[in-house]
Design a protein around this ligand. Structure first.
Ligand SMILES: [Fe+2]
Length: 380
């Protein structure tokens, strides 16, 4: 048996936030971060709410820790909101997704798995969760996981359960109108990676394929224009990121994310930039697997001859949006060589690896890193 997981509503448009006017909650918790608050988006959300009491938790840091999720949980427990609005990037949504469950269920976040019966543990879904993504990439507004960091153990924890998914996602084009260019490029490549990984994953299915395919088409045709300031393309990218989120959320990401997570954690680089860097190299690695047929079919749908041409197109797109196409543009050879062993070992231990259509061994992983560092084509 399979279950397709998604929010109840996806509201989108130039004034999508006005959906909040219909909310009847008297106590609302808004989860955000400092920059979102400074940009005035928290006030924008408040202006649509009729609640008697609104509290704002804006202490979310990038790569949020378990402690942050627990701090937010404490605020939620004290307030007992009927509605939580998470406005921000993936980090903000991840914290809100965890806090919504933890405010009712006293459980170690690590113990929340896809098999946990939260209702048996006392969960009643007391608070509705509305996600308002302010970047176009993470898909966290529609996925059923929350990525938290255990700072003491230097590891990522991923509570996952279909009850974690937000009830509503609001894609309001105004909040992405002023997104910095670097973020447009990085988050756009993250969305593209989600869609490509979702389509080659061993857990792919007809629903995820349909969403990933359409997302790839939109991203390939609109990312550069969005980067150059085209408002219509920017709106399309916002929709495509959520579409890719629904796709990979119901399939899985794989090797690209294992490499990207690892590289990002060691060299403190933006998630989208990291996964984008590895995407074309991993696709080259997949040319010698069953995934080649799927990538060829995908290429033809885009009007390209085959997967190789599609990979070239991705490299071209990365250059157009001024992203690096090899690791040596980001780090020095010395620091690369010093970290290579950890990079390889952490990649092989990453939880996303298992759903990849071709899993590299130790030597292959090392060679993938070397090729990606030098910008050399992978032909093994
Ligand atoms: Fe990602």
């Amino acid at each position: 048996m399979w279950t397709f997981v998604s929010p109840r509503f996806i509201v989108y448009g130039d004034d999508a936030l006005s959906f909040l006017e219909g909310e009847r909650a008297s106590r609302v918790l808004i989860v955000a971060d400092e920059s979102i608050t400074k940009l005035g988006f928290v006030d924008m959300v408040k202006s649509y709410l009729k609640a008697e009491k609104i509290e704002v938790f804006s202490d979310v840091e990038p790569e949020p820790s378990i402690e942050t999720a627990l701090k937010c949980t404490k605020v939620a427990r004290d307030l007992q909101p009927q509605l939580i609005v998470a406005i921000g990037g993936g980090s903000v949504m991840d914290v809100a997704k965890a806090a919504r469950v933890l405010m009712e269920v006293d459980i170690d976040p690590i113990a929340i798995t896809p098999f946990t019966d939260l209702f048996e543990l006392g969960y009643t879904k007391k608070a509705k969760l509305i996600a308002v993504p302010t970047t176009s990439g993470t898909g966290a507004d529609v996925t059923w996981t929350s990525v938290l960091t255990d700072k003491a153990e230097h590891r990522k924890l991923t509570p996952a359960n279909k009850e974690i998914v937000p009830d509503v996602t609001i894609l309001d084009y105004r909040v992405v109108a002023t997104m910095p260019k670097r973020l447009i490029a990085g988050s756009g490549l993250d969305a593209l990676t989600h869609a490509v990984e979702g389509i080659v994953s061993v857990w792919r299915n007809e629903f995820s394929d349909a969403l990933c395919e359409k997302a790839i088409e939109i991203i390939m045709n609109n990312l550069e224009r969005s980067y150059m300031g085209d408002a219509e393309a920017r709106a399309k990218m916002h929709i495509a990121a959520t579409m890719a989120g629904l796709g990979f959320g119901n399939s899985q990401v794989g090797l690209v994310h294992s490499l990207g997570h690892t590289f990002g954690a060691i060299f403190k680089q933006h998630h989208g930039l990291c996964v984008g860097l590895f995407l074309p190299y991993v696709m080259q690695f997949y040319l010698k697997s069953d995934a080649k047929t799927r990538m060829d079919a995908l290429a033809r749908k885009l009007g390209l001859r085959d997967a190789e041409r599609f990979i070239d197109k991705i490299f071209e797109l990365m250059k157009k949006v001024e992203l690096p196409t090899k690791l040596s543009e980001v780090i020095s050879r010395e620091s690369f060589e010093k970290s290579l062993e950890s990079l390889v070992m952490n990649t092989l231990n990453d939880s996303s690896l298992g759903m990849s259509p071709r899993i590299p061994d130790y030597d292959q992983t090392k060679r993938i890193y070397e090729c990606a560092f030098e910008g050399r084509r992978i032909d093994f």
